[in-house]
Write a protein that binds this ligand. Structure first.
Ligand code: PLP
Length: 498
């Protein structure tokens, strides 16, 4: 690497191009450079490389907040050097976190009295929150089994196959078997009846999702609760429920206040929510709240005594930034219930407009529901020649990042596109996106199918057979083949579902 810093370089500097004023060779990728460089150069080099990242505002793959008010940005920058864990030094920040926990717990109808502290903690995101909630369930179940003199080495957890990857991580990292209810074509969330059938004496909890990552649909927590209550009565077990409200936790209280999914249901013992999704804070904050103190085993809690008062902590990591907690508190007091409600209504309105625009093309089937998280998941009605993966690719040209993916077991043959409608995805951007999708459709249809004719040959009949051997592929088999082809094609390039 050559850095132009001396007088003798001045002639060269004048005749050099913009970037080579600073650096003429690639920065080493595997070892730290031997020498320092001027701060302006370091800034320029990094800033230039980052220009090749996508634009977060056009990233429709993610639920995570990409815009906050400048006043909130200012608070974030002012606290960027505060380590959250230094509670002695930053007691006000700790107090703001506790206020956030209380506000969230009350939003979720905690049984804790209005003037009492709720039980919960700020985390890096819903993933950490879920690890903590899962650990609490595992420990509670083990304690009970030990007391009963029963084996406690085979815990399991029941979820839908649509769970986000963090549940699989929890299961693997903390050695809990994941018992997944398979999806069905046309039904893309956990079926409560089947979930309760999977529950046995080793089930530490059933996890329901309020706002499926794949389609935004709310699972029927009330039905799950009623069925599980009945099973508990019949068996003498007391299997609890956790609600993964990563996205829906900041939607349902404002848009569907009568929907019973939270602590109003007695078996719901803990709930997680991502502050950085519809909590409207930049990436790096989640929350988990427990129904009561008894639902969080005390041996998992570390007690820190700061300024004379007990501060219980239960997190996986030690140090972390304070900015996100402060930003969350800003959003709560700045917007209030009224402000959140307005924003969520607006997001829903934009999701509806997008949905209608897509329906008008006549080409898409909408998989997301009217009630749920403001997102639109849609598949092509006919994917015999072209697929949603090509549409996703085509939209990249305009700067849009719209993920295409296949559904989990047993609906793998269904491939969808998903657009998450965040606060900063305005109506005019919705209209632009629709017109770009129309353009992409026209463009790909003018091209020959990129799927081999063999693969693309869809036969609209279920298996014709000769003896017991199928003669032709069924629609489903063909779709699966087309999808496999495209998954290979876009592997490593498409955004995953977050
Ligand atoms: C339902 C659900 N649970 C958990 C997560 C993980 O959340 P986080 O990214 O906050 O860790 C997500 C992320 O999208 C999600 O959709």
């Amino acid at each position: 690497m050559v850095i132009s810093t001396t007088e003798t370089d001045s002639r060269e500097i004048l005749s050099s191009t913009f970037a080579s004023r600073y650096v003429r060779a690639a920065i080493p990728r595997f070892k730290m450079p031997d020498n320092s460089m001027p701060k302006e150069a370091a800034y320029q080099v990094i800033n230039d490389e980052l220009m090749l990242d996508g634009n977060p505002r056009l990233n429709l793959a993610s639920f995570v907040t990409t815009w906050m008010e400048p006043e909130c940005d200012k608070l974030v920058m002012a606290s960027i050097n505060k380590n959250y864990v230094d509670m002695d030094e930053y007691p006000v920040t700790t107090e703001l976190q506790n206020r956030c926990v209380n506000m969230i717990a009350h939003l979720f109808n905690t049984p804790v009295a209005d003037d009492k502290t709720a039980v919960g903690v700020g985390t890096v995101g819903s993933s950490e929150a879920i690890m903590l909630a899962g650990l609490a369930f595992k420990r509670k179940w083990q304690q009970k089994r030990k007391e009963q003199g029963k084996p406690y080495d085979k815990p399991n957890i029941v979820t839908g196959a649509n769970v986000q990857v963090c549940w699989e991580k929890f299961a693997r990292y903390f050695e809990v078997e994941l018992k997944e209810v398979k999806l069905e074509e046309g039904y893309y969330v956990m079926n409560p009846v089947k979930a309760v059938e999977l529950v046995d004496e080793n089930t530490i909890c059933v996890a329901a999702i309020l706002g499926s990552t794949l389609t935004g649909e709310f699972e029927d927590v009330k039905l799950l609760h009623d069925l599980l209550t009945k099973k508990n009565e019949e068996t003498g077990w007391d299997t609890p429920i956790h609600v993964d409200a990563a996205s829906g936790g900041f939607i349902a209280p404002f848009l569907y206040p009568d929907l019973e999914w939270d602590f109003r249901l007695p078996l719901v013992k803990s709930i997680n929510v991502s502050g950085h999704k519809y909590g409207l804070v930049y990436a790096g904050v989640g929350w988990v709240v427990w129904r009561t103190k008894d639902d969080l085993p005390d041996e998992l809690v570390f007690h820190i005594n700061y300024l004379g008062s007990d501060q219980p902590t239960f997190t996986l990591n030690f140090s972390k930034g304070s900015s996100q907690i402060i930003a969350q508190y800003y959003q709560f007091i700045r917007l209030g219930f009224e402000g959140y409600k307005n924003i969520m209504e607006n997001c829903m309105g934009n999701a509806r407009a997008l949905r209608e625009g897509l329906e008008k093309t006549g080409r898409f089937e909408i998989l997301s529901k009217d009630v749920g998280v403001p997102l639109v998941a849609f598949s092509l009605k006919d994917s015999s020649a072209h697929t949603v993966f090509e549409i996703s690719e085509g939209l990249r040209k305009f700067g849009w990042i719209v993920p295409a993916y296949t559904m989990p077991a047993n609906a793998e043959n269904v491939a969808v596109l998903r657009v998450v409608v965040r606060e900063d995805f305005s109506r005019s951007l919705v209209e632009r996106l629709i017109s770009h999708i129309e353009e992409v459709l026209k463009e790909i249809e003018s091209l020959p199918s990129r799927v081999s004719t063999k693969t693309a040959h869809v036969i609209p009949m279920v298996n014709e057979t000769q003896g017991d051997k199928p003669l032709k592929k069924s629609v489903r088999e063909t779709q699966e083949e087309v999808t496999r082809h495209w998954k290979r094609f876009v592997k490593g390039r498409r955004a995953g579902a977050c």
